[in-house]
Design a protein around this ligand. Structure first.
Ligand code: 13P
Length: 348
């Protein structure tokens, strides 16, 4: 492992207000997205869509890394340039999702364990040869208080599920570093449910505590990773959802407590927040600095939803889709720099 090189790549991805475009939707997920715009999920349509995103004029000023799916890293632009090379040449570092998805955790109903460790070393080597410089593995943690919205710590997640997922994340991260890839460590506590922001804080805290303990045990070098966490936020169906200031403060409290300063960057997932909400939360947090790490974005839906909607699978709306992505990338970059104002939404 060349830790200096890993650290350089990790820092470059989140340098100068930049963040990550998560464009690594698996086959079933991209089909779900295409269904919303009545577009068939064929291999060529998926290629065209990703080409629209990656070739949008100006986005390289705001996007430092792009997460690809296995199919996409093997595809090329219309001019025949492999996507990974195209992105790397523009300084949008190519990355790859390497987990094989969250599957039911045997004997723990309602909980999942992320699969994909078997044979991972060989897959990572291939991805390096295809031009990837970083990787992503997503662990999925659900909160279920038995439907009564109480803050009881009974129920889901179980401590066992958190430990199993933290262990898998750390094994993945160690393998990535061995192969020269920066691991994005993504433990996602889902927003689904009616839980309070306090319960989300409690679960996110314990999750991060266990993740960093496992990373240390597995001898993962923190200078050579990026963390991709959820924000600390009320459940989607909670009755009294916390306001934006509260989300920003609660998230920073948890991160300050559990994320060592050696970690060069934290890049949030959007997790079902609206595009504007995700930007606003990031902007608020960066105004609450100074912070020991870069605090940035690694959004999927919050960057892509407006672009997908503007494009709608139509060739004549290709540029409109690109403009929509450009706007979100620019505003999120301003949020990373602590310079975002909600009034910029209408001006941009
Ligand atoms: P969202 O921002 O849509 O949550 O996606 C980010 C991601 O990569 C999830 O793994």
């Amino acid at each position: 492992m060349n830790l200096k090189e890993l650290n350089k790549v990790a820092k470059a991805i989140v340098a100068d207000g930049k963040g990550i475009l998560a464009a690594d939707e698996s086959g079933p997920t991209i089909k779900k997205r295409f269904d919303t715009i009545d577009t068939e999920s064929t291999e060529e349509n998926r290629r065209r869509y990703r080409e629209m995103l990656f070739t949008a004029k100006g986005v390289a000023d705001y996007i430092g890394g792009v997460i690809l799916f296995d199919e996409t890293i093997r595809q090329s632009t219309g001019d025949g340039v492999p996507f990974a090379r195209y992105l790397n040449d523009l300084g949008m570092i190519a990355g790859i999702k390497v987990d094989k998805g969250a599957k039911p955790l045997a004997a723990f109903p309602g909980e999942t364990i992320t699969e994909g460790l078997d044979g991972l070393r060989d897959r990572l080597k291939e991805y390096v040869s295809l031009g990837a410089h970083f990787a992503k593995w997503r662990a999925v943690i659900s909160i279920d208080n038995g439907g009564n919205g109480s803050d009881s710590s009974d129920g889901i997640p179980t401590e066992f599920c958190l430990r199993a997922n933290a262990h898998a994340l750390a094994r993945y991260a160690a393998l990535c570093q061995e192969c020269g890839l920066v691991p994005i460590v993504e433990p996602e506590v889902l927003m689904d449910g009616n839980h309070s922001i306090e319960r989300c804080a409690q679960v996110t805290s314990r999750t991060l505590e266990l993740v960093f303990a496992e990373l240390a045990d597995h001898r993962v070098e923190l200078e050579g990773i990026l963390l991709k966490p959820n924000m600390v936020i009320s459940g989607t169906d909670a009755s009294n959802r916390a306001g934006q200031e509260e989300v920003a403060k609660a998230t920073l409290d948890v991160l300050r407590k559990h994320v060592p300063a050696e970690v060069p960057g934290i890049a949030f997932l959007s997790g079902g927040q609206s595009a504007e909400e995700a930007t606003e939360h990031l902007g608020l947090m960066n105004r609450m600095g100074p912070l020991p790490w870069e605090l940035s974005f690694s959004y999927g839906r919050a960057l892509q939803a407006p672009a997908l909607d503007a494009w709608r699978g139509k060739a004549e709306q290709f540029e409109a889709g690109q403009k929509a992505l450009y706007k979100r990338a620019r505003l999120n970059s301003l949020a990373h720099l602590g310079k975002y104002e909600p009034t910029m939404e209408s001006a941009a």
